[in-house]
Write a protein that binds this ligand. Structure first.
Ligand SMILES: [Zn+2]
Ligand SMILES: [Zn+2]
Length: 249
């Protein structure tokens, strides 16, 4: 399938006291050249430079927020203002996994948009451990939130007319999932596979062999042109990582 990308570029960085707009990506198969049905907007938030993504269904203007890392008021405001300026309706909060850098903005999103919040149940202990170390990591104002439902691998999540496949990819975290948009070959990958690297496995619940197995079974079989939007750093493609990633040779 031929891919066309508009406005492709690096993720904009939104750090405290800055007001950068996020970059936007619009990916569509050429045969649907008149409409752009899923767009991704990315923000980089908090001290861990975590990537927060909006998955936008262009047909309905509904969107999901994946891994909101916004912590301080400037970051929260950047997210909220973008959503308002784009006239988006937030319908879902998703976490790829529950490490602190990916869940700092969960409660803000729930308070602001009152949407369902889904996480794989194997990461519930990871989520519930966050309050025990948040202050030590420099996030004393972290406000915990409980999921309203669970993500089931193999089942789809829907954002308007957009359908995403949930793929189970443990190893970095025990309940890690990635979201795959089949029509555009796009993966929202969390901390499984990065450009030139892979997720760390020295945290509680991590396992290196499990992570490699997840990458080999859940990501590498995808087409070369599949774009992976990771939890940290720039986007990459499955083909590039299959060829050059030193952890996968
Ligand atoms: Zn992580
Ligand atoms: Zn992370």
């Amino acid at each position: 399938m031929v891919m066309v990308a508009f406005n492709k570029g690096h993720l904009a960085s939104v750090r405290p006291n800055s007001r950068n707009l996020p970059s936007q990506f619009c990916l569509l198969p050429a045969r649907f050249s008149f409409s752009c049905f899923m767009r991704i907007a990315g923000f980089t938030f908090n001290a861990f430079s975590e990537n927060t993504y909006l998955l936008i269904d262009e047909a309905t203007r509904q969107c999901a927020i994946v891994d909101p890392g916004c912590y301080d008021r400037a970051e929260q405001q950047a997210l909220r203002e973008y959503i308002a300026a784009e006239n988006l309706q937030v319908v879902l909060l998703l976490n790829t996994h529950a490490h602190i850098d990916h869940v700092l903005g969960n409660q803000f999103v729930l308070d602001t948009y009152k949407v369902p919040y889904l996480l794989h149940e194997a990461d519930l202990p990871v989520l519930r451990a966050v309050p025990t170390y948040a202050a030590n990591y420099g996030f004393p104002a972290y406000s915990p939130a409980e999921p309203t439902g669970t993500l089931t691998p193999g089942e789809a999540v829907h954002i308007g007319e957009t359908e995403l496949e949930v793929r189970f990819a443990p190893g970095h975290a025990p309940g890690h999932v990635v979201f795959y948009h089949v029509l555009t070959h796009t993966v929202i990958g969390g901390d499984v596979l990065f450009k030139g690297s892979i997720g760390r496995t020295d945290l509680p619940g991590g396992n290196h062999a499990t992570l490699l197995s997840s990458i080999r079974t859940q990501l590498l079989p995808l087409p070369d042109e599949t774009v992976v939007y990771p939890g940290h750093g720039p986007a990459t493609t499955i083909g590039e990582e299959r060829r050059t990633n030193p952890f996968l040779q």
